[in-house]
Design a protein around this ligand. Structure first.
Ligand SMILES: *Cc1c(COP(=O)(O)O)cnc(C)c1O
Length: 363
């Protein structure tokens, strides 16, 4: 019996995105312009409670430029999780600073404040926690550690559009925060990133760094990049922004269905007062995770993902020899199930049945 494969992620692009792109093409104003400015304004209103937003060509550029705008450079240390996509540590290394890897806790998969504190040295200038899978990091505890040691907080919110802690949106806690607009994230512009900041000098430097160091044409003020977003990408992003709230509610409903019906695996927990936007719905399978994922696909046609199988501190560019036991435990046991808003009720039931049967067979 062959059933349709359920993919682990599925970007949703509709006619209105197509029409929006067409409208930009018809104007001939393709590069960064009014469409990008409108996207920044709307992103700020919808997702950041009005905090300023600066659009760039990728989330990775957003982290890199954000760090440069915040003054991070050679000789500095920035504490990051090892359990994240490599872009987090890459962005620190690209400034000439050194990423220092701290451990996580197994419930939230985000930075453990005690481990962060143990990594602080005289060279530490900042902490870059990740709102991993769409669950906010321990905002209060991390900000407290940062404040006590006089270092900054930079949020990697690549996976967390609309997530919140006690009603306050992620992306409004740090000196800056980055949201990715890559196709598999909770909303997309094709490729792209958005950087939020409440600091006017950081915002100004971000805008300069994005565009060759220019505010006024040919009056370059510093050495900058071309990390501009195009009007074409912004047009896609503006349409997606009108839909991301409803998509998030669907992700949360899908997650609630899994919470209520999965058995024999460890389901994700959500801390009190935290709003999880389920970029990923990540279970843990402590024994035989890789075989479990293979069987899900081959026997049941259910796709899944392992984010991330190799922690950054063991990747070639960073190899540190750090001992991060909880990071290792997560890397060897996590499995992300499809939770995206295109899933049908039938898909949800198939996923539950497949996971529960495999969990039972393995126990
Ligand atoms: C996707 C992602 C990034 C990078 O974003 P891009 O838009 O792909 O450059 C950075 N950090 C995390 C945690 C991500 O998931």
């Amino acid at each position: 019996m062959s059933r349709d494969f359920i993919p682990p992620a599925k970007p949703i692009i509709g006619d209105d995105e197509r029409w929006a792109v067409d409208a930009v093409l018809a104007t001939g104003q393709l590069a960064q312009g009014s469409e990008v400015a409108s996207f920044e304004e709307e992103f700020s209103q919808v997702l950041l409670d009005g905090r300023a937003a600066v659009a760039v060509n990728s989330g990775t550029s957003g982290l890199h430029l954000g760090l440069l705008a915040a003054g991070v450079g050679p000789g500095d240390e920035v504490i990051v999780p090892s359990f994240t996509f490599a872009a987090t540590a890459n962005s620190v290394a690209l400034t000439g600073a050194t990423p220092i890897f701290a451990d996580i806790d197994i419930d939230s998969f985000t930075l453990d404040p005690a481990s962060v504190e143990s990594c602080i040295t005289d060279n530490t200038v900042g902490i870059m926690p990740v709102h991993l899978y769409g669950h906010p990091f321990h905002v209060d505890a991390i900000v407290e550690v940062a404040t006590r040691h006089g270092v900054k907080v930079f949020e990697d919110a690549a996976q967390a559009h609309g997530a919140a802690v006690n009603g306050r949106k992620v992306g409004t806690f740090g000196d800056f925060a980055m949201f990715s607009l890559y196709p598999t994230k909770n909303m997309t512009s094709g490729e792209g990133g958005m950087v939020s900041t409440g600091l006017t000098d950081v915002e100004r430097r971000l805008r300069l760094l994005r565009n060759q160091g220019m505010e006024r044409q040919y009056e370059n003020e510093l050495v900058g990049f071309n990390c501009r977003m195009t009007n074409i990408h912004a047009a896609i992003g503006r349409v997606q922004l009108t839909k991301v709230g409803a998509w998030t509610r669907t992700r949360q409903e899908n997650a609630a269905f899994f919470d209520a019906n999965l058995a024999g695996v460890i389901t994700p927990s959500v801390a009190d007062g935290y709003e999880h936007v389920y970029h990923q719905y990540t279970i843990r399978v402590p024994e035989g995770r890789d075989d479990f994922a293979r069987a899900l696909k081959q026997e049941y046609g259910v796709g899944s993902g392992i984010y991330y199988p190799i922690p950054n501190h063991r990747l070639a560019p960073f190899k540190t020899g750090d001992d991060l036991p909880v990071t290792e435990e997560a890397a060897s046991s996590v499995l992300s199930l499809p939770v995206h808003p295109s899933l049908s009720q039938d898909d949800l039931e198939r996923i539950v049945e497949a996971v529960n049967k495999l969990a039972k067979a393995g126990s």
